[in-house]
Ligand binder design. Sequence first.
Ligand SMILES: O=C(O)C1=C[C@@H](OP(=O)(O)O)[C@@H](O)[C@H](O)C1
Ligand SMILES: C=C(OP(=O)(O)O)C(=O)O
Length: 437
Amino acid sequence: MKPIDWSSTSAAPLRGELVVPGDKSVSHRAVMLAALADGVSRIDGFLEGEDTRATAAAFARMGVRIETPSPSCRRVHGVGLHGLRAPDGPIDCGNAGTGMRLLAGVLAGQRFDTVLTGDASLSRRPMGRVIEPLARMGASIQAQAGGLPPLHIAGGRALHGALQVLPVASAQVKSAVLLAGLYAEGETEVREVHPTRDYTERMLAAFGWPVAFGEGWARLSGGHRLCAADVRVPADFSSAAFFLVAASLVPGSELLLRAVGLNPRRTGLLTALRLMGADIAEERRREEGEEAVADLRVRHAPLRGIDLPVGLVPDMIDELPVFFIAAAAAAGTTRVTGAAELRVKESDRIATMAVGLAALGVAVEERPDGAIVHGGPIGGGRIDSHGDHRVAMSFAVAGLVAGGAVTIGDCANVATSFPGFVELANGCGFALSTQPD
Ligand SMILES: O=C(O)C1=C[C@@H](OP(=O)(O)O)[C@@H](O)[C@H](O)C1
Ligand SMILES: C=C(OP(=O)(O)O)C(=O)O
């Protein structure tokens, strides 16, 4: 991917109606379950991002026919639970932790061996968290020192169900275990330290697999089949988040974000911004497919710093980078604790955000599990996104209220989760320009 820099400057009020792209978590799962189902499934609203395309390409490599009748739509000709074929080489998961961890669960149950690789960022991310619970079910997965990718997954292992009490709040780990559980003999049960997004559970049920689940637990047995289903992917709350913060910060702004997925395990940022004084209304709340969606109307409002309730952290784990920008622009001090997971995302998001904010003149104190941000004027300057899509978009939001231009290095990876961000943002009033590095 060619390096791209962005420059973001202060803008007129943000105005308009937007539809952000489809949910990344739902798109990954939809293509996986559709591939393993009997029959043809249709996915509407599929995220055309690098991460989710890599997952679709992985299944295509294993013999699944996937058609693209139009952008953001897929017709997946499922091969059934046992119909995948050995790929002709390693499978590249690109930048996607979700792709690699969930695939590890699926591939642990196959008859053939596979190797999962990723880009430089993914190659630094911990996979021990999936290898260990999957090994307890009989899987054999070899990683590099420290549990890092590539993963060598041995096929032909007889998996057995297990009770898994997961020490980290991670929907990816939970999902990997449940997906392996489809291939296991007996019952697989997962218990979480904090409830996480339940898309895998809901979607398994929609594809006809018997699954019991509630807040922080899920249970299923092997020996059933998945039946093709049509999936409507909601707009991604994590992508909407940049616009929720942007319009809150820029005086005179009002944006309407249409049909945003509001799974309660995703919307911690809404609660946090409202605690800071944000003006965000939910309109036309409705169910679409398996998920609640609503149109979100956000108007400018002055924000004040808060002590972020630690229980909200898992429900806004991907939104913390842009939350730090809201904190920097708010009046007073904001404290974030209990967020050490940020250190093992696409970049060390506590460090990349703290260093970037400091470069813009914001007083920020980095902590092992969070940061203390003292709100005040944000200056112009140059920051490095470290190839992290969410960091890049967060600093584009900072540029809207900065005293000078904010130049952001290494933004090409925004295409992993939010293709078309620059155009959509400029269409509602951002002043964002791009140039090769
Ligand atoms: O299951 C998922 O789709 C995801 C779970 C979260 O990761 P963890 O499971 O590592 O918390 C989140 O950060 C990621 O963007 C998507
Ligand atoms: C952490 C993220 O994704 P993943 O873990 O799939 O790379 C993200 O999108 O912010």
